[in-house]
Design a protein around this ligand. Structure first.
Ligand code: SAH
Length: 354
């Protein structure tokens, strides 16, 4: 991207002109530029996601969806909706697996990166693309999948100061971006609910995530279906910043070269679960990714794949380890599902209802 269009340049101009901006705006502009500029996923990129590690991941998501669909009585018309489908790998593996059970939904991708849209199109020529969830169809149940989508959505932060709670803002100091408390006092529930927390405490929230899940939950409540969210995150309300940036598979400062690294924050499953419940969906989990995949049969699937292709056995074992082991993605990543009242209870949530 030419320097004049880079996220750093746009952000610097804006801050120099208007003063410090909200952290959520910084994150939104940086990530929009980041995903528009390149395909960042995979060993050659900045980070690797579960579907890129092994076909087993998408296949199990597909079998899980097909199982729900069958127990619902095989409705003729359903839509598979994926939020931020990346390279389209998860959808390809899931569709293949669903197809074995006769489940052949229409395909809808919510994606705003032109580079990734083009990649997705090479695997899914019959898909429909949506810039936002607003244009998703209203005529049939939705099977919604979001893997590492919500972590990319902007967060805002509140910081406690001697003078009370303030928004975390992004300013410029000696040509560098820095986070500072805003000057305006915050008159809302943050200040009353969190009285007594020490100066310097940070509270984080993602209003964009809440809005997207709220609207999708309304749709699922009316149209029927399910959403499954797979991401790293936390189950209980907490304090502290979880904002992080990754480039070339290594952590970097979120304030260094915005638009050239992947900015993410941990997903607040507690709040998202509550949002779905207020829309009268049944919430399942969050479960640990490793437990969920094991409950769906990843051990047996890995065994079978290794037996049918012995040359790949070591690679399959390594992928299984990465997806399920507690020290890898097995515990940090969570799986949470929300179903409409008239749909059956999904498999895999060994911890019971959340
Ligand atoms: N789910 C994929 C990719 C995860 S990366 C996988 O597991 O491999 C995040 C994805 O979300 C990318 O496809 C990115 O372009 C998309 N994305 C990020 N912010 C978005 C937004 N606000 N609207 C739509 N898509 C977004």
């Amino acid at each position: 991207m030419p320097e004049s269009l880079s996220a750093a340049h746009i952000l610097a101009e804006k801050i120099d002109r208007d003063g410090p901006i909200a952290l959520s705006e910084y994150m939104s502009i940086a990530n929009m530029a980041y995903y528009a500029a390149k395909d960042p996923i995979g060993e050659d990129g900045d980070f690797v996601t579960a579907p890129e590690i092994s076909q087993m991941f998408g296949e199990l998501v597909g079998i899980w969806l097909a199982d729900l669909w069958m127990r619902k009585g095989r409705p003729d018309h359903v839509h598979y909706v994926e939020l931020g489908p990346g390279r389209g790998t998860l959808a390809a593996d899931a569709r293949r697996a669903m197809g074995k059970f006769g489940c052949d939904p229409d395909i809808h991708f919510v994606e705003n990166s032109p580079v990734l849209k083009a990649k997705q199109a090479t695997l899914h020529n019959s898909a429909a693309w949506h810039e936002t969830i607003d244009s998703l169809p209203t005529d049939a149940p939705l099977l919604v999948v979001a893997n590492e989508f919500f972590d990319a959505l902007p967060v805002e932060q509140f910081v406690s100061t001697e003078a009370g709670w303030r928004h975390h803002m992004v300013a410029r100091e000696r040509n560098k971006f820095i986070a500072i408390p805003g000057t305006e006092a915050i008159q809302n529930q943050v200040s009353s609910a969190s009285a007594g927390l020490p100066v310097g405490t940070i509270l984080e929230s993602s209003p964009v995530s809440v809005q997207i899940l709220g609207e999708l939950s309304n749709r699922i409540a009316m149209q029927g279906g399910v959403i499954v969210i797979i991401d790293y995150g936390y189950d209980r309300p907490g304090t502290g910043s979880t904002l992080q940036a990754v480039k070339d598979h290594l952590p970097v400062s979120p304030f260094d070269s915005p638009g050239t690294s992947d900015l993410t924050a941990h997903v607040d499953f507690h709040t998202l679960g509550n949002i779905a419940k207020t829309r009268l969906l049944s919430v399942h989990g969050p479960a640990e990714q490793g437990q969920w995949l094991k409950a769906l049969g990843i051990d047996q699937r890995a065994q079978k794949l290794a037996e049918s292709d012995p040359k790949q056995a070591d690679a399959i074992r390594a992928a299984h380890h990465r997806l399920t082991h507690l020290d890898e993605m097995g515990r940090l990543f969570r799986v949470m599902a929300a179903t409409s009242m008239d749909w059956p209870e999904p498999e895999g949530f060994v911890y019971g209802e959340g």
